[in-house]
Ligand binder design. Structure first.
Ligand code: MRU
Length: 350
């Protein structure tokens, strides 16, 4: 896509492999500190994924793949099948770090397969596979940026949710990649980002990330979304995904479902942008997705300061499922599925 200046629009890298360790841009500390957390073994990677030091479906998968590379350094095996048996406990601990984003299990399955087909040095084969997962993700995002932006008419306003940018991927982002491309092409005039309570991915990460690129974004309270749509300020809602089912149902950050309902009510279009590594054709519908629930403490305060009286119960599901019939387009690097349903999903993903 020649009209995108990637040097300007793609500068943040959340995951760095040093050759000895994995460095993760610690997203718990953003936007006021840009510190990398060093993981020297796979359990440190699993802990970083669980604690949201690294987050976002594709980034979780990439980090886990490098976690396998680290685990491989701690075992003593000469043959791939022997290594596969010894590595399995570490892979299971990585997989258990977060349940909803399918990219985690997908990346681990790719690492297992790469190991079993290795002919030479199996540790090198694992390292090459982790690098390939990362490189392919960046390429997919750039391609999706072009495909998704093409759906957005000149002069549009868009609303996004959570953080789906470079911070959540190998770089450029999924939904945020489409927004970057749409801004670069002059299609998008106004970008709105919801705060994304309780962890504030929108407030802490998305608007900061866009600011690094010189893209103006306006932060809104999540509760302001319907009012924004009614005011005619946005023509598309553009979000990412943690798992896309065979029938086109989409699991994404909590609050996505209510945005899709509000969008349909106001005649605003709804786009989901995700690489094919987020598509899970083995899960028939969204009812079958495990929704991660996190500690109630995330709702009891903001930035470490308690805002809720002691003794109050809180329920904290961190993802929800948007039914496919509320979605206008699913954009992947393999193509766009408009008005997704099982037949259209199968036509593209088999
Ligand atoms: O809990 P998080 O921050 O990992 O949730 C992230 C999201 O829900 C994103 O929208 C999704 O993973 C897509 S990221 C490209």
């Amino acid at each position: 896509m020649s009209d995108i200046d990637y040097a300007r629009y793609d500068r943040i890298r959340p995951i760095r492999w040093t050759g000895d360790a994995l460095e993760l841009l610690d997203q718990r500390k953003l936007p006021f500190a840009t510190e990398y957390l060093t993981c020297r073994n796979s359990d440190e990677v699993a802990a970083a994924i669980h604690a949201l030091a690294v987050r976002g479906a594709p980034a979780i998968g990439i980090a886990a793949a490098w976690g396998v590379v680290l685990a491989a350094r701690e075992i003593d095996a000469s043959e791939p099948d022997q290594a596969a048996v010894q590595l399995e406990p570490a892979l299971r601990r990585l997989n258990a770090a977060r349940p909803t984003a399918v990219n985690l299990a997908w990346a681990l399955a790719r690492m297992r397969a790469a190991l079993l087909r290795a002919t030479g040095d199996w540790r090198e084969a694992l390292e090459a596979e982790a690098r390939a997962i990362e490189t392919e993700d960046l390429a997919a995002n750039r391609h999706m940026g072009a495909l998704g932006a093409a759906l957005i008419p000149q002069g549009s306003g868009v609303l996004t949710h959570c953080n789906t940018g470079s911070l959540a991927t190998a770089g450029f982002g999924t939904a945020l990649g489409v927004i970057r491309a749409g801004v670069a092409q002059g299609r998008i005039d106004a970008v709105f980002a919801g705060e994304t309570r309780p962890w504030l991915q929108g407030a802490r990460l998305t608007v900061w990330e866009l600011q690094q690129d010189g893209i103006d974004a306006t932060l809104i309270a999540d509760a302001a979304a319907s009012h924004l749509m009614k005011a005619g300020k946005v023509q598309w809602v553009v979000v990412g995904a943690d798992r896309i089912c065979a029938n086109g149902d989409v699991a994404n950050k909590i609050g996505t479902y209510q945005l899709a309902i509000a969008a349909r009510h106001h005649g605003v279009k709804f786009m989901v942008v995700a690489p094919s590594s987020t598509v899970d054709m083995a899960t028939a519908s969204g009812d079958l997705i495990e929704i991660e629930e996190r500690e109630a403490g995330e709702l009891h305060g903001v930035g470490g300061t308690r805002t809720v009286a002691e003794g109050i119960a809180a329920w904290n599901p961190v993802f929800d499922v948007t039914p496919h019939d509320l979605i206008d387009a699913i954009v992947t690097e393999k193509g766009v599925v408009e008005r997704p349903d099982e037949e259209r999903m199968r036509a593209l993903f088999g």
